[in-house]
Design a protein around this ligand. Structure first.
Ligand code: TRP
Length: 474
């Protein structure tokens, strides 16, 4: 078997993991759910969800990955002999197949819109009605939607094909800073427009009357999705870490990057929408229906549109890469396939699996499974069932089955002097003294994490799960 590759640097890992996390969830979904759920008030709840559930589970997945140096299936198997837990790993790999199949369809649309911005300068979008019908026609066309989906999958395959260092890490180091630069440019552009402050107010001024218990569960579910948790993507990326990395700091960085990009995305979108006099409450239609009309009205709109849709496409691509890597790692580790072969075969398979999703906005609109279009069915199954259940299993597994103690021992490789713990010590008013052996503080941080992982995360994730599938109504 080939030797397991490792990230060449800590920053390489952080950028790759952040690349997985930063995706359509940040740029397309976070802004509109924030706008709908009370702006700044929702942001506060979202941050709490990130801190109490997102960060602990993120750390948990990364620890399991580094400890076992395996894909999700192999990871569960090497820590526990029970057949049941292996199933949780399989569910993760299956989720990789399913999510990527429709994620790539949407990723394809963003490529299509990059092309449109250059080719037409959004001349089709003089009104929202025109812009929306253009979008419907585009997604309904089997030719364009499959072609764009194919190009998008091809890009993801090409990156994963090259392996961890030369593929994923290298491209993350190029693409993540690019995302950051583009989003900053767009934020400045948006804020410089006349009337943009209304947009900032809409997006961020707290309105507690719009914040319901429903919003809390939405925040929780989204925190989870946005951080790519629940299917072993972070197990897989963690499995390419070497023993001398500080896992707590790295997880914290990934979580911070993901959250900052999500917040900035809203600042890139709403000020411009308001400045151009368009309604902000189009929900999922914000990006593909409203924004083209916004760009059509702007000077050099085709340039700004090009930047914006490139941003979305890049964010989607780095997430797609991590989905494909989960699938690939499984076949490489467990079935001893060659990476290059596994990537091509299963990448192609995922492309084929995505075709019915691509068609479900056009010729297969009326084909339904369990009352949903193919796209919605796959999305719902993976995002609303597999991911939350996977997250529930991973928290329970580490909190109660494998044990917090061995997990903490694993974290201590690479963070022997526990800078992270000094942070807690500082917060607790204790003086930071790196020279003394801080075992007591270690217990403090570890037990805090243990409590989150054993009690708070599984319960919170499970309740959010019941809510998303409609078993609890609020
Ligand atoms: N985090 C990605 C986003 O915000 C979507 C996502 C969810 C994901 N689960 C994942 C990506 C697992 C990669 C792996 O769009």
């Amino acid at each position: 078997m080939e030797r397991r590759e490792h990230w060449s640097s800590r920053i390489g890992f952080i950028l790759a993991a952040a690349g997985s996390a930063v995706g359509l969830g940040n740029i397309w979904k976070f802004p509109y759910i924030t706008g709908e759920n009370g702006g700044g008030a929702f942001v506060v709840v979202y941050l709490l969800a990130i801190i109490f559930v997102g960060l602990p589970v993120m750390l948990a997945e990364i620890v399991v990955g580094r400890k076992t140096q395996r894909n999700p299936v192999g990871a569960y198997m090497s820590l526990h002999r029970g057949q049941f837990w292996k199933l949780a790993g399989y569910m993760g790999v299956l989720a990789g197949f399913l999510i990527l199949s429709f994620y790539s369809v949407v990723g394809g649309w963003t490529l299509g819109y990059i092309f449109k911005s250059v080719a037409t300068g959004f001349s089709f979008a003089s009104t929202i009605k025109d812009s929306s019908s253009e979008f419907s026609n585009f997604t309904a066309s089997p030719y364009y939607s499959i072609l764009c989906h194919a190009v998008f999958m091809f890009l993801a395959i090409a990156i994963v094909y090259k392996g961890i260092r030369k593929g994923i890490e290298r491209w993350s180091k190029i693409l993540m800073p690019t995302i950051f630069v583009i989003i900053l440019v767009l934020v400045f552009k948006g804020l410089s427009l006349k009337g943009s402050m209304e947009g900032v107010r809409y997006y961020l001024s707290p309105d507690f009357s719009k914040l319901s218990s429903r919003s809390v569960l939405i925040a929780l579910g989204h925190a989870f999705f946005s951080l790519s948790l629940g299917m072993g993507a972070m197990i897989t990326y963690g499995s390419y870490l070497s023993k001398n990395e500080n896992l707590f700091k790295s997880s914290l960085m990934v979580v911070i990057i993901d959250t900052v990009i999500a917040l900035l995305a809203g600042l890139a979108i709403f000020p411009a929408v308001f400045a151009m006099g368009f309604p902000p409450d189009a929900g999922p239609g914000l990006v593909f229906n409203i924004l083209p009309a916004v760009f059509a009205k702007m000077t050099f709109g085709s340039f700004w549109g090009l930047l914006f849709f490139s941003l979305v496409a890049i964010a989607a691509l780095t997430s797609a890469v991590s989905l494909l890597e989960v699938v690939t790692a499984y076949f490489v580790d467990e079935l001893k396939m060659k990476r290059t072969l596994a990537v091509v075969i299963f990448g192609t398979f995922i492309f084929l699996l995505g075709i019915p999703s691509a068609l479900s906005f056009g010729v297969w609109k009326h084909v339904s499974i369990a009352g949903k279009s193919f796209f919605d069915f796959v999305d719902n199954l993976a995002s609303n069932y597999f991911l939350p259940l996977g997250g529930f299993f991973i928290s329970v597994f580490i909190g109660w089955v494998w044990g917090v103690k061995p997990a903490v021992d694993e974290i201590r490789h690479g963070s022997a002097n526990f800078a992270d713990v000094h942070l807690i010590a500082l917060l607790a008013g204790l003086k930071d003294d790196p020279s003394h052996n801080s075992d007591i503080h270690v217990v403090t941080l570890a037990s805090l994490w243990g409590i989150f992982l054993r009690f708070i995360s599984p319960v919170a994730v499970f309740i959010a799960f019941l809510f998303t599938i409609g078993a609890i109504r609020l």
